[in-house]
Design a protein around this ligand. Structure first.
Ligand SMILES: Nc1ncnc2c1ncn2[C@@H]1O[C@H](COP(=O)(O)OP(=O)(O)OP(=O)(O)O)[C@@H](O)[C@H]1O
Ligand SMILES: [Mg+2]
Length: 289
């Protein structure tokens, strides 16, 4: 299911002195089966844009097409249930939305709400909990007994239990340590690889952009100012500096190596690639000696 934005504008509090244009003329297509990242400074409109992906928000002007469903400014909330089921949203700190007495009930809540029987919903919940690696002996415990990282995984299971075709992730690893971040990103990557779920990710971690994204859009003051593959977007380091945007750590390290006379071109964007290219360069130099 592709998602297309056509000249989308979003104005908050339109008829008040606080009127604020959060998105301006956004036209883009997010193709099915891809991992797409959105980056940009705080307040650039990333979360506003994400809320259009399952019609939580409707454009002030323009339209969003989610699969076959066209969302216009006047589109009514009824008839949006199918779209909302297909596009799962994981907001920042999703664990704050846990509320049921037990983990299994919490995860089964969504599918049950969408019409499955208790038994069917719990089957979906069990599958999702296995996917996020929450041990079965915990399922009848309260979600509030868990560690922060586990709570986040349970909250994510609640979204996965709806079997979404598209998963929208707004800074999904905020507040986690590096190990927790890695575990969460692995869950999403597996889902993408095994079930071909499209991922749409907002992150300020350029390493995640480089490692996971097929395509990146950069937002500034509600506009898309650059789009491309990570290699394309990270190629112009002077432009990124001007925009005060960072680079992946491997590229930053490569720039330091450049100053020591070790030139790697194009800049490697992941540590794996950096090690591979350095090894190759060093063996070439050894062979030439
Ligand atoms: N409900 C609202 N009413 C008025 N203005 C809003 C509202 N929600 C967001 N805004 C404004 O719209 C702009 C874009 O906000 P948004 O949350 O989309 O940015 P963001 O890129 O997600 O930022 P962050 O990185 O801090 O999460 C900001 O200037 C914000 O203050
Ligand atoms: Mg945000």
């Amino acid at each position: 299911m592709d998602i297309h934005f056509e000249k989308v504008k979003q104005v908050y509090q339109p008829n008040s002195p606080f009127k604020f244009r959060a998105l301006t003329d956004i036209t883009l297509t997010i193709p099915e089966g891809n991992i797409t990242a959105f980056i940009g400074h705080t307040g650039s409109g990333k979360s506003t844009l994400l809320q259009h992906l399952n019609a939580l928000m409707k454009p002030t002007n323009g339209f969003v097409k989610i699969g076959e469903k066209k969302i216009l400014p006047q589109t009514k909330d009824k008839n949006l249930k199918t779209v909302r089921k297909k596009v799962g949203m994981v907001f920042q700190f999703p664990e704050s939305q846990l509320f049921e007495e037990t983990i299994i009930k919490d995860v089964a809540f969504g599918p049950q709400n969408f019409g499955l029987s208790k038994q069917e919903a719990e089957k979906k919940a069990a599958e999702a909990l296995r996917h996020v690696d929450i041990a079965e002996n915990l399922w009848n415990h309260s979600p509030f007994e868990l560690s922060g990282g586990q709570m986040r995984r349970v909250a994510i299971a609640g979204v996965l239990a709806m079997s979404p075709e598209v998963l929208v992730l707004d800074e999904p690893t905020t507040g986690l340590d590096p190990k927790g971040r890695c575990e969460i990103m692995e869950i999403f990557q597996h889902l993408h690889q095994e079930k071909n779920v499209s991922l749409i990710l907002v992150t300020h971690l350029m390493d995640h952009v480089a490692q996971f994204a097929d395509f990146v859009h950069i937002l500034e003051k509600g506009k898309i100012i650059k789009s491309g593959t990570p290699a394309e977007v990270f190629a112009n380091t002077a432009w990124l500096k001007e925009k005060q945007l960072s680079l992946p750590n491997a590229a930053l390290l490569s720039l330091k190596l450049q100053k020591k006379g070790i030139l790697l071109n194009p800049l490697p964007l992941t540590m794996e690639k950096l090690v591979e290219e350095l090894t190759q360069k060093l063996s070439q130099e050894e062979a030439n000696e």
